[in-house]
Design a protein around this ligand. Sequence first.
Ligand code: A3P
Ligand code: MG
Length: 404
Amino acid sequence: SRALAPSRARLPYPPPFPASSSFSTAASPSRLLSRPRRGFQRLPPVRAMASGNPYAAELAAAKKAVTLAARLCKVTRLVPFSPPSCGLRSERPSAPHFSGGSQILVSLVLKMEVSSGPFSLVAEEDSEELRKDGAGEILEEITDLVNETLVDDGSYNISFTKEGILSAIDDGKSEGGPSGRHWVLDPIDGTKGFLRGDQYAIALALLDEGKVVLGVLACPNLPLSSISNTNGSSSGDQVGALFSATIGCGTEVESLYGSPAQKVTVCSIDNPVDASFFESYESAHSMHDLTSSIAEKLGVLAPPVRIDSQAKYGALARGDGAIYLRFPHKGYKEKIWDHAAGSIVVTEAGGIVTDAAGNDLDFSKGRFLELDTGIIATNKQLMPSLLKAVQQSIEEKKQATSLL
Ligand SMILES: Nc1ncnc2c1ncn2[C@@H]1O[C@H](COP(=O)(O)O)[C@@H](OP(=O)(O)O)[C@H]1O
Ligand SMILES: [Mg+2]
């Protein structure tokens, strides 16, 4: 086992986990994990900056948490060929490892870094599958993934047992709501994109008294330069973008692997003819026929840019495109973790995010959003004509359906 780096955790060790038996100081046995070392540096210790940002400490913790989770999501494992004498090959753990591992890591880092008040996390994963008979191996592998990511970073002199890992994932069971502070996490948003090797995001937001006050989006496969007029794939460009926004302080983007943060703003296009729009890659997630009717009414000429996950909100926030349209099929209920971080990243960049009736999104109602039909986002100039086109297209679709 490896020597652990000296602790840099801001809080006294051990951190405030429910059961003290849930962590140990010994690293778990190595399971031949390896990760791409793109010149990873230890992430700086989190400290509140005198920046005039009332959520500076929370923002720094959130950025650290999603950056570590993004590293975990890039892990490959070295396994022996068969026969073993043929050496080792690289293999990716399966998707549940990454999603569970990402949620656990974010939960642990936030708990270690943000000490004020009770800890509440509204997140997608729970431990039900991991607690089942026969899930021992996957739990062990997730535990190793988390511990090795923490050890590699070197910020924390700590290693978690399986019970500590289960308890960290269960921290995500909060119902959120209108009062107090709640972290909101999608540990891997855009699972389909993740599985295809396309776009995905680790999306983390903070609700304070029912309002989103902070959001970070780690987009490990998103090019750092604009993806306008592409399908979100990189053509040799540097990938790995980290968007961050705090209420009243604007939106920034930086490299996930370290670069100075730069302010971003939505595009200033006011003629829809010059606009392009983002939508889900998956037609099961958003009605492509409806969005094509909206685009046609607006006079948008460019084809849709279809990419997975809240990377769309990030791309919109830096002006890669002008409009985001999302219209799930009837009966689908949106979850807050699919939009909380993305929405503030766009609004702090000067954009507007509403439902199809033009109402602001309300994140204070628990784990789900209550909204009218769909979600749209664009700049202030285009919103009035976009809303009109949306409502006309929805009306036409309703009438066509009622005739069937
Ligand atoms: N039938 C459906 N309609 C709309 N959204 C759906 C859906 N099934 C899953 N989703 C949500 O759409 C998200 C992905 O959005 P996008 O299409 O923009 O990539 C998924 O996030 P996860 O991948 O985190 O589960 C999931 O929450
Ligand atoms: Mg999601």
